[in-house]
Design a protein around this ligand. Structure first.
Ligand code: ZN
Ligand code: ZN
Length: 449
């Protein structure tokens, strides 16, 4: 076989990704080469195929051994061992359990970062899978069941696979790629703590390696397997965790006038808070969701307690709207509490800023996805009220985040158990799709020069 210059190989590899994904419609874009290109194409397709089983095995192993945020020691060790096996020198213990490693191509070129999150959720798995989790963990002082109910097991397995494929192509690559395996995407172990992506950055993840682009993906039940989706500009909401403490004065339940009842005050504040969204915010600017997920107060049916706490999440798509809603919630709580002689204290902690796909990068990445999967498999996502701390990285570098469908084709994605559900299910064919899209996005940068 004659030696082929790198440029030729580059085109072959990009072409082969399209072929591997069935995107033959764009074969003409792959340049000259004919038979040789097709051979190269078959090579990469086979490589992807050969690794698909390994990706699934990794994902099942991680799924069966899920770990909560900042407790991902087993997962991190698996990742670090794999990266060492690829000849890389991973940095470990970032933000608690995070791992990163840099792969340097044979020639100079752009610096990019690829990110996966590793943490699981306090959910009792009900999938009935043979590799279902029976793990427990500690969540804010309580022992809880743990499940990879958000699919981060898939993200880790996909990025491990992409790292291997890129490491094997090192000689053809121009540029450097950092693999980022991050803990605690679902939020900090304690409210208000710096964790996950923010803590990775605080601990110098990009101190000596400022990427020109950061890529990430998320599996979703909202799309059928085979399809991917993204949105240019704002895509996912900013998420704030809020805790409202209503303080009254404890007394006998039969003589409420002798104390101050924080339960009825908290109930009034809770209902009035929805009036803020419905009556006081211009929802044509950007949508808002204000949810209380927790009410705690009292110990016995005939004792009015001293204190009630409400905790919830605020989702916004605009910084001014966010500030406005927080201020109005504070004002509403304060005035309602005072009317009864109680007091209210609101604490708000940002879990993730708005996730925004850089428009220039999104245009380029969208073309890559289309070339890889075919235009009919690449969708424009609506605004999503879920949040992602991937947004922290995009405060440092342009970012592109996309969704990978995991719902089996014989199910309706609208009714399939959603991410975070105890029945959340991944059609494992999605692992190869995610591997292809992330690899193609990386090669688009690393083979461009
Ligand atoms: Zn999640
Ligand atoms: Zn997630």
């Amino acid at each position: 076989m004659p030696h082929r210059p790198p440029r030729f190989l580059i085109r072959s590899l990009l072409f082969s990704l399209s072929v591997a994904a069935g995107g033959l419609a764009h074969a003409a874009d792959a340049g000259p080469g004919g038979v040789d290109d097709a051979m190269a194409a078959a090579g990469v397709a086979e490589q992807l195929q050969a690794l698909a089983g390994q990706t699934i095995a990794w994902r099942r192993d991680i799924h069966q051994h899920p770990e909560l945020g900042e407790q991902e020691t087993r997962t991190a060790a698996l990742v670090a061992d794999h990266l060492r096996g690829l000849g890389l020198e991973p940095r470990t213990g970032i933000a608690g359990t995070g791992v990163s490693a840099i792969l340097r191509g044979a020639r100079p070129g752009p610096r990019i970062a690829l990110r996966a999150d590793m943490d699981a959720l306090p959910v009792l798995e009900r999938t009935g899978l043979t590799f279902a989790s029976s793990a427990t963990g500690t969540w804010r002082g309580e022992t809880v069941p743990v499940m990879h109910a958000c699919g981060h097991d898939a993200h880790v397995a996909i990025l491990m696979t992409v790292a291997q494929l890129l490491a094997e192509m090192r000689e053809q690559l121009a540029g450097e790629v950092m693999f980022v395996f991050q803990p605690a995407e679902e939020g900090p172990p304690e409210p208000g703590a710096i964790a996950g992506a923010a803590r990775m950055l605080d601990e110098g993840l990009f101190a000596d390696f400022v990427p020109e682009a950061v890529y990430g993906l998320h599996v979703t039940s909202a799309l059928p397997v085979g399809q991917v989706g993204y949105r240019s500009g704002a895509m996912m909401a900013a998420a704030d965790e809020w805790i409202l403490t209503v303080s009254g004065r404890q007394t006998h339940g039969s003589r409420p006038w002798e104390g101050i009842d924080p339960i009825t005050v908290a109930a009034q504040i809770l209902l009035a808070s929805q009036g803020i969204i419905a009556r006081q915010v211009d929802t044509t600017v950007a949508p808002v969701v204000l949810t209380a997920g927790q009410i705690r107060g009292g110990i016995r049916f005939n004792i009015i307690p001293d204190e009630v706490t409400l905790a919830g999440t605020l989702r916004t798509f605009d910084e001014d709207v966010r500030a406005n809603v927080i201020e109005r919630l504070r004002l509403t709580a304060d005035h309602i509490a005072r009317a009864s002689g109680a007091s209210a204290h609101l604490a708000v902690a940002s879990n993730a800023p708005l996730t925004r796909n850089d428009p220039v990068l999104a245009e380029r990445a969208g073309a890559v996805l289309t070339r890889t999967l075919g235009a009919d498999q690449v969708l424009t996502m609506p605004l999503l009220t879920i949040a992602e701390d991937f947004s922290q990285y995009t405060s440092v570098a342009p970012g592109f985040f996309h969704f990978v469908g995991v719902t089996p084709v014989d199910q309706d994605p609208r009714t399939a158990p959603a991410n975070h559900s105890p029945e959340f299910f991944i059609d494992e064919a999605a692992l190869a799709i995610g591997t292809r899209t992330l690899l193609a996005l990386a090669l688009d940068q690393l083979l461009a020069r």
